[in-house]
Ligand binder design. Structure first.
Ligand code: SAH
Length: 351
C-alpha cells in the first residue's frame, strides 16, 4: 500500500485513506448541492421575473411579520351589524339547485328577484361551473343567490352587462371584478360556515355579498370614502330582500393594516393589487388560514394562495400556490390614504 505524505498532519497516510476522504468530500459536496437543486426542481413553475420577485417577497413579508406596526390607521366610518346574525349559509343549503324549475320556484317563493335576472343568473352560473373553477356546491349556491345586477352600475345594467364575463367600472377608478376571477378567488378561500373572513377592497360590495352566503362572519374594508358610503347605502337598501347582507361588517379605512379589533381571521381576500403581502394581514391570519391576493407589480399580478402554518416550535411558515397557473391579471392598485400605491417594504439588513 503506497503511503502519501500529507504536510498538514505532518505524517504519511495510506493512499486508500486519502482517496476515501477525498471521495467523501466530492460525494458530500455533490449531495449537498443536490438538496437545493431538488428544492428548486420541486418549487412552483416560475413564469417570469416579475413572478420571481413576487415570490421572493413572500419571504420578505414573512420576516417582517414578526415586527409590530405602530402606524395603525384610524377610521371614521364603521358599520357593525347587530349581534343577531342572519344565517346565509343555512338559507343557501336549503335552496334546491338540482333543476332550474325547482330553483326558480324556490327563488320566487323566498326572494324578490326579477325573473329576467333569475333566468340570466342561472345560465351564467351553469356556464361558470363548466368553464371556471366554480365547482364546490356551497360556492355555486352563493353565486346563484347573489344578485349581481344590483352591484353593477345602472348604465351597465342598461347595456345588459350585469352577467357579462368581464370586469366593469364602478366609478372612482374601481371595478367590480371579472366573474371568473371572483369564482377562482372564492373557490381558493374554501370558506366554511364557521370561518371569519376579511376582505380588503369592498368596492361594489359584490364579493362580500357572495361571502355572506358562505359564512355569517364577514368583514370588509374600503379606502375610498364615497365608494364606501355608496356601497354601505346599497347594502342597507338590499338588506330587506337579502337579509344575509346584514352580516357584512364594513369599515372605511386603509386595509393594509387589517382590522385588528376582530383579528385573527380564518380567511383573507385582497381584491387590490400589491407587490408584497401586507405584514399586518399576515399577522392577522390564523394559523392554518388562507389568504388569496393578486401579487405582483402594478401592470401584472398573479393570484396567489398563501397558507400560514404554525410549527410546533412556534415558527411560522407559508406555503404558496399560483392559483391561475402563471396567468397574470390586472387589479386596481392597493393604495394608501393619499392615493399612492403600496410597494414592497425595504428590508433592513442588520450591520
Ligand atoms: N371586491 C371588489 C373589487 C373592487 S376593486 C368588488 O367585488 O367589487 C378594488 C378595491 O380596492 C377598490 O374599491 C379600491 O378602492 C380598494 N382599495 C384599494 N386600496 C385599498 C386599501 N388600502 N384599503 C381598502 N381598500 C382599498
Amino acid at each position: 500500500m503506497p503511503r502519501i505524505f500529507v504536510n498538514f498532519f505532518k505524517k504519511s497516510i495510506p493512499a486508500s485513506h486519502v482517496f476515501a476522504v477525498f471521495s467523501g468530500i466530492v460525494i458530500g459536496t455533490l449531495f449537498g448541492l443536490s438538496i437545493p437543486l431538488m428544492v428548486l426542481a420541486h418549487s412552483e413553475r416560475v413564469a417570469s421575473y416579475e413572478e420571481v420577485a413576487a415570490v421572493s417577497m413572500v419571504e420578505d413579508a414573512l420576516r417582517l411579520a414578526g415586527r409590530s406596526s405602530s402606524e395603525e390607521e384610524g377610521f371614521s366610518y364603521i358599520t357593525l351589524p347587530g349581534i343577531q346574525k342572519y344565517d346565509g349559509p343555512r338559507l343557501a343549503q336549503s335552496m334546491p339547485i338540482e333543476t332550474k324549475e325547482a330553483w326558480f320556484s324556490w327563488m320566487s317563493r323566498n326572494r324578490g328577484d326579477a325573473p329576467v335576472y333569475l333566468e340570466q343568473r342561472w345560465e351564467w352560473a351553469q356556464n361558470l361551473v363548466m368553464t371556471s373553477e366554480l365547482k364546490r356546491p356551497e360556492d355555486v349556491r352563493a353565486f346563484l343567490l347573489t344578485p349581481r345586477e344590483h352591484f353593477v352600475r345602472a348604465e351597465n345594467v342598461k347595456k345588459g352587462l350585469e352577467y357579462a364575463d368581464t370586469w366593469l367600472a364602478i366609478g372612482y377608478g374601481a371595478t367590480i371584478t371579472d366573474p371568473d376571477i371572483v369564482s377562482m378567488m372564492t373557490t381558493t378561500l374554501n370558506v366554511k360556515p364557521w370561518d371569519k373572513v376579511l376582505e380588503i377592497g369592498t368596492g361594489s360590495g359584490y364579493q362580500s355579498a357572495i361571502l355572506s352566503y358562505l359564512t355569517k362572519d364577514v368583514y370588509s374594508i374600503e379606502i375610498i370614502r364615497p365608494l364606501y358610503l355608496e356601497t354601505d347605502a346599497l347594502y342597507r337598501d338590499l338588506e330587506r330582500n337579502f337579509p344575509s347582507f346584514s352580516v357584512i361588517n364594513r369599515k372605511l379605512g386603509d386595509g393594509y393594516y387589517g382590522w385588528e379589533e376582530f383579528a385573527p381571521f380564518d380567511k383573507i381576500i385582497v381584491t387590490c393589487a400589491i407587490d408584497h403581502i401586507p405584514p399586518p394581514l399576515l399577522r392577522q391570519l390564523n394559523p392554518g388560514g388562507i389568504m388569496v391576493l393578486p401579487l405582483g407589480p402594478p401592470n401584472r399580478q398573479y393570484i396567489m394562495e398563501i397558507v400560514k402554518h404554525e410549527e410546533e416550535d412556534g415558527s411560522i411558515t407559508l406555503s404558496r400556490r399560483d392559483v391561475y397557473n402563471g396567468q397574470s391579471v390586472k387589479f386596481i392598485p392597493f393604495r394608501d390614504e393619499v392615493g399612492a400605491s403600496y410597494s414592497a417594504p425595504v428590508i433592513e439588513t442588520p450591520k
